[in-house]
Ligand binder design. Structure first.
Ligand code: HEC
Ligand code: HEC
Length: 205
């Protein structure tokens, strides 16, 4: 009985998300970290957990801000950013055309109801050393672990970033007209901690 009630509650919650997403697209979930506890081999467990994390990491909401060029990507089709903006000296845009010229502190819906412009108080591009566009999940994993490329972060700091960072969190709250990344930020943080606890092995390739 209890399970039935929970399932009902969850589908009622997911319904508005499914409507907010592009037509035909369902809001997906993330498996909880506990779903991997039965994999006895630690390396195999870490790889399986990171593959689950990949549903978030390789989602357009994340990759669009981690491009390999100086220009962000936009939308699920990952086309070049609508205006030819560039990263500038520190990812905040070129002098005179900073990201904040258009991207305010929070998402703003277009008046005609067709979508929205993303917002966050510190909206800017990830540095080039953190480019994910066009890379395999294994390559992204090695890069995330490499303190020379990840902004000097320890694995614990990566887990904290995944669980708490506001730009990461935007992926679950991308505004009207954009598909959110699957699951919740808390679940993603929990998966990251479980991956580290299992030895943080990366998928091959
Ligand atoms: C001239 C105004 C303008 C400037 C400057 C600007 N943007 Fe945008 N940006 C937009 C608009 C408008 C959209 C929404 C486009 C749409 O939904 O069709 C957008 C969308 C995006 C998206 C797409 C999100 C997604 O997943 O679909 C990203 C990423 C982005 N901008 C990053 C940046 C970054 C980083 C900067 C600074 C380097 C920047 N933008 C500067 C207007 C701007
Ligand atoms: C608005 C742009 C933006 C979005 C959207 C975004 N990021 Fe980032 N990301 C950044 C910036 C900027 C940094 C560098 C910040 C720092 O070093 O503190 C960064 C750094 C990171 C890092 C640090 C290590 C590394 O090697 O990349 C991770 C991990 C990360 N982001 C994960 C994500 C995930 C997961 C998502 C989607 C849920 C996401 N990001 C969405 C801009 C973005």
């Amino acid at each position: 009985m209890k399970g039935g009630i929970i399932a009902l509650g969850a589908s009622a919650l997911l319904l508005p998300l499914a409507i907010a997403a592009a037509p035909g697209e369902k809001a997906e979930g993330l498996k909880p970290a506990s779903a991997f506890a039965g994999i006895a081999d630690k390396d195999a467990r870490a790889v399986a957990i990171f593959q689950e994390m990949g549903k978030v990491i390789q989602h357009p909401r994340c990759v669009n801000c981690h491009p390999r060029t100086d220009r962000p990507l936009s939308g699920d089709a990952q086309t070049p950013h609508i205006t030819p903006v560039t990263r500038g000296p520190d990812g905040h845009g070129a002098p005179g055309l900073e990201c904040a010229t258009c991207h305010g502190p929070s998402n703003v819906a277009f008046a005609n109801g067709t979508g929205s412009i993303p917002g966050h108080p510190d909206w800017h591009l990830a540095p080039k050393s953190m480019a994910w566009e066009g890379k395999s999940l294994g390559e992204i994993c090695e890069q995330i672990k490499d303190r020379k490329r990840n902004g000097g972060k320890s694995l614990a700091q990566i887990a904290e970033h995944h669980a708490k960072d506001g730009l990461v969190g935007w992926g679950w709250n991308p505004g009207p007209g954009r598909t959110p990344v699957p699951g919740t930020q808390a679940e993603f943080g929990e998966l990251t901690r479980a991956w580290i606890a299992a030895g943080a092995k990366c998928p091959a390739g």
